[in-house]
Ligand binder design. Structure first.
Ligand code: DHB
Ligand code: FE
Length: 433
């Protein structure tokens, strides 16, 4: 089930996709560094020295130094970035375009004045043997032999103080012991059932994304992610190794499925992602698997609904089932919650009845749960309890949502308090193959 990448066949045209973005990452970042006047001055004074500050391939280095824009594009450059190299040399966009066509600036200008390049002969449909691709309808059934096997969903709170207790070695103190006992089963299970990759759904707490940028759903398509400094210095835990090829595949599929994700090649990851990893894998020098971060906006309203999160989970499962790469044991984790409010006069709100009802519905009635409005989360489980929408993504992807058998409730845990939160933790496994 290959994706439709027929955009690669449009004559004289390079479409910048995830593959090209990976290839051209530093080339494009170099080009954009020229938006600063001091960098332009340094580049123009000694182009080779400037270019050598960036980890380019020999072909990319040559393309920039030759001011060969077509070569820049072929080596992963994207024209909006690469245009800044031309701009540094004082070229206007019409001149840059002419350089890529083999026409002189005057010839190109004349062509544009006489109506522009005619489309006949330079379109896909003018190529011999070309037929229009027929879009495939969304898949609603499982692919039983899919190389990427979604084996289990793990749901957990991600309270930062739990991370501090692990980092400081205080998990045996009377306050913390009952919290961490709830994860002992999971730690043994994770050793026996190691995933190759975790799609880790969490919410960023204004660390990767500040007030200048609020992506609704942000998928990490980069190779690695450093640990955020949340104001106390970064947690003493390893950085995250990503999986750009799988993440790029997921992006391609999920976006074609109607979810306009934000793609993030570089960001820090905060406690929402690192604390659950510590809870399950303990103190390690390196995390035992790759992690694809999927950050959900719960900071600035409007935030995505439970329904939308559930549907994104379904789209993710369709994407996983279409992966034709190496065999993978995939887990999806949903983190955040349970009830907590860490702001204002109502801070400290805990609602065990509502939390347990959420767990019951997550297990047995995810479609019904997906209709619960935000107001209900905020009102019943506190303003930060709304993080629980993250969990619906992992649930919407499970086998039973595609006609398979119901998941097994392998582990269920609930405890109050950890810091300001009720801790909830579930492991649901899909039927074994
Ligand atoms: C707490 C819980 C969270 O999920 C969070 O992001 C920050 C603080 C808490 O309970 O203290
Ligand atoms: Fe949180």
């Amino acid at each position: 089930m290959a994706f439709d990448k027929s955009y690669k066949d449009v004559p004289g045209t390079i479409v910048f996709d995830a593959e090209m973005a990976r290839k051209g990452y530093y080339l494009n970042q170099l080009a954009n560094s020229l938006m600063k006047p001091e960098n332009r001055a340094r580049y123009l004074a000694d182009p080779a020295a400037y270019v050598d500050e960036w980890p380019l391939t020999p072909a990319q280095r040559k393309a920039v130094l030759d001011l060969d824009l077509n070569a820049c594009l072929a080596e992963g450059g994207q024209i909006y970035f690469i245009a800044k190299i031309g701009a540094a040399h004082g070229l206007i966009v019409e001149e840059m375009a002419s350089m890529m066509t083999g026409l002189t600036p005057a010839e190109y200008h004349d062509m544009m004045v006489s109506g522009g390049r005619r489309p006949e002969g330079v379109r896909l449909k003018d190529q011999p043997g070309w037929t229009r691709p027929v879009p495939e309808p969304p898949v609603e059934r499982l692919r039983p032999d899919a190389p990427a096997r979604y084996s289990a969903a793990l749901y957990s709170s991600h309270v930062p103080a739990m991370g501090v207790a692990i980092d400081k070695g205080t998990t045996d103190e009377p306050y913390w012991r009952p919290v961490f006992e709830g994860y002992e089963w999971t730690r043994r299970w994770a050793k026996e059932n190691p995933p190759d990759v975790i799609i880790l759904v969490y919410n960023d707490h204004a660390h990767a994304f500040d007030a200048s940028l609020v992506p609704t759903f942000a998928l990490g398509t980069g190779p690695q992610y450093p640990v955020a400094d949340e104001g106390y210095g970064p947690r003493p835990v390893p950085g995250i190794k990503g999986y750009p090829e799988l993440a790029g595949h997921l992006a391609q599929s999920v976006i074609q499925d109607g979810f306009d994700l934000t793609l993030v090649n570089e960001m820090v990851v905060d406690h929402g992602l690192t604390v659950p990893l510590s809870l399950v894998f303990g103190q390690v020098d390196e995390w035992p698997c790759r992690v694809i971060p999927l950050a959900v906006n719960v900071v600035q309203y409007p935030i995505p609904s439970g329904r939308r999160c559930y549907d994104l989970g379904r789209a993710l499962r369709r994407a996983l089932d279409q992966w034709d790469g190496e065999p993978l044991n995939v887990q999806i984790w949903g983190t955040g919650g349970m009830s907590h409010q860490v702001q204002g006069p109502r801070a400290g709100l805990i609602n065990p009845t509502w939390d347990n009802s959420f767990l019951d519905h997550l297990i047995a009635d995810p479609v019904g749960l997906a209709t619960w409005p935000h107001l209900e989360y905020v009102d019943e489980a506190g303003s930060e309890g709304v993080e629980l929408v993250d969990w619906l993504i992992a649930r919407g992807a499970m086998d039973d949502q595609f006609g398979g058998a119901a998941p097994t409730v392998a582990h269920r845990f609930y405890h109050v308090p950890a810091s300001n939160s009720a801790v909830g933790h579930l492991v649901l496994t899909n039927p074994p193959r």
